[in-house]
Design a protein around this ligand. Structure first.
Ligand code: NAD
Ligand code: UGA
Length: 469
């Protein structure tokens, strides 16, 4: 039986390995992590992450050919294929702070693999890493272990949170990069055979190592670029009376452009878009390409602009002061169908409104009060000025209440902001909400999910991103 071990039981490691286990019952898959609480949660009824369909897949395989363990060294030592799916956040200190990827976790995983390996292994980069990382990893692995052959493959993950299981079951493509040597080609074939159990072979793309590593950064940069493009146009729509939904539809029906990923929003969030673009920017700078670096930097600048534009709109609409006013925040996760709040635009919007002395009442169906309070009381790291952490006023957190119901959150509020596009928000009883709010009652729709015409008929003053007022 082939044994797979995955280091890192996070948003990628957990779901990816669960699907491999489901589709390859003859492979033993163990996911290991240094976090005991995370592994305990994977072994419990309450999984550590919320992802539609995940629980079902885990329940089908756990204890049969899918295992979660903290015994990292034992399982890595026994595995034929080791996936590394540890976090690769942006460095906050030192050389490259604010841009470069922090490879501390990756390096420590590589050193551990070298230390415990007694047999040949294929080591798979699943984490998103800077192009050329495999070269560094190869050095660490081969310098520390005698006579053992390691083949490094790059197999970046393209799943999106909220649709992870569907994305893994029917991926657009699987990308495998490896060395162009006989051993490298053999390793690529071995990993390809794993995926070929459920992915059509024509959807499994094989490239050299550097193309695979760079394709992942490029794919995320292209996706984020679409959102910043549509968000930039949304500002112009508001200034001119054009409607961003109509513009997006008209633009997206050109088959060369395509309709997906053209929804204007309060800004993109998530743990990866900003981090991966900054990573790309840093690599360009290190390779003497400042013009290319600046080009990609502007994708993030527009995203920051979109978030602050939203805050300004809220404050200016409410007669230029939010001080002491209750503002309901519906949705805190960075997108629907996940409880993940990493880099969620809600953090910046809430902090902006707290800076205006507003009182916030927040509701999200999947994010706990502790989590929201922690996010809002953590100092903000400014990628553009990494030396300066923006301090949080100690009193600000007292202006925040977290509710477990949208109606409770909106009671007596002057304004209501939609920051995540949860389906349940579309079905709210807006007449009831209006009856319980202060007058005038403002709605700021950062996701364009409400029917503005209907809400205006009820009496709300509605602002939707990129739409005429
Ligand atoms: P995560 O923070 O959810 O999970 C990473 C896990 O690795 C953590 O549980 C951590 O405890 C563990 N870990 C760190 N160092 C370790 C070590 N030395 N030994 C054992 N465990 C260790 O991160 P994630 O969201 O799963 O992302 C992982 C990687 O995948 C990142 O590089 C990210 O860019 C990439 N990625 C993420 C997504 C996504 O949707 N989240 C999608 C595609 C790619
Ligand atoms: C994204 C990519 O879509 C995945 O392919 C990639 O694997 C992953 O990053 C990663 O590397 O981590 P994810 O961040 O989970 O996935 O979610 P997306 O659906 O891409 O949404 C990202 C952000 O953009 C969200 O805040 C979302 O609300 C926003 N968005 C998305 C828009 O504002 N408009 C859109 O049209 C689409």
């Amino acid at each position: 039986m082939v044994k797979i071990c995955c280091i890192g039981a996070g948003y990628v490691g957990g779901p990816t390995m669960a699907v491999i286990a489901l589709k390859c019952p003859f492979i033993e898959v163990t996911v290991v992590d240094i976090s005991v609480s995370r592994i305990d949660a994977w072994n419990s009824e309450q999984l550590p992450i919320y992802e539609p369909g995940l629980e079902d897949v885990v329940k089908q395989c756990r204890g049969k050919n899918l295992f979660f363990s903290c015994d990292v060294e034992k399982h890595v030592g026994e595995a034929d294929i080791v996936f590394v799916s540890v976090n690769t956040p942006t460095k906050t200190q030192g050389l490259g702070a604010g841009k470069a990827a922090d490879l501390t976790y990756w390096e420590s995983a590589a050193r551990m693999i070298a230390d415990v390996s007694k047999s040949d292994k294929i080591v798979v980069e699943k984490s998103t890493v800077p192009v050329k990382t495999a070269e560094a990893i190869e050095k660490i692995l081969t310098h520390n272990s005698d006579g053992i052959n390691f083949q490094i493959l790059s197999n970046p993950e393209f799943l999106a949170e909220g649709t992870a299981i569907q994305d893994l079951l029917t991926p657009n493509r699987v990308l495998i990069g490896g060395r162009e040597t006989p051993e490298g080609i053999k390793a690529i074939e071995k990993l390809k055979n794993v995926y070929a159990n459920w992915v059509p072979v024509e959807s499994i793309l094989c490239t050299n190592l550097w193309s695979a590593e760079l394709s992942k950064l490029a794919a995320n940069a292209f996706l984020a670029q679409r959102i910043s493009s549509v968000n930039a146009i949304s500002a112009l729509c508001e200034a001119t009376g054009a409607d961003i939904s109509e513009v997006s539809h008209s633009v997206g029906t050109d088959t060369r452009i395509g309709p997906k990923f053209l929804n204007a929003s309060v800004g993109f969030g998530g743990s990866c878009f900003q981090k991966d673009i900054l990573n790309l920017v840093y690599i360009c700078e290190c390779n003497g390409l400042p013009e290319v670096a600046n080009y990609w930097k502007h994708i993030i600048r527009i995203n920051d602009y979109q978030k602050s534009r939203f805050v300004n709109r809220v404050v200016s609409s409410m007669f230029n002061t939010a001080s002491g006013k209750k503002i309901a925040i519906l949705g805190f996760a960075f997108k629907k169908d996940t409880g993940d709040t990493r880099e969620t635009p809600a953090i910046d919007v809430c902090k902006g409104l707290l800076g205006e002395k507003a009182n916030l009442s927040i509701y999200d169906p999947q994010v706990s009060a502790d989590h929201i309070e922690r996010d809002l009381s953590t100092e903000k790291f400014d990628w553009d000025h990494p030396a300066h952490l923006q301090p949080m006023s100690p009193t600000a957190i007292k202006q925040v209440r977290v509710e477990w119901d949208a109606y409770e959150a909106t009671k007596d509020a002057h304004g209501l902001c939609f920051l995540t596009e949860w389906d349940e928000f579309k079905k709210l009883d807006f007449q009831r909400i209006y009856n319980d709010m202060q007058r005038p009652s403002f709605v700021f729709d950062g996701r364009n999910i409400v029917d503005a015409v209907k809400l205006r008929r009820i009496g709300f003053i509605v602002y939707s991103v990129g739409k005429p007022l």
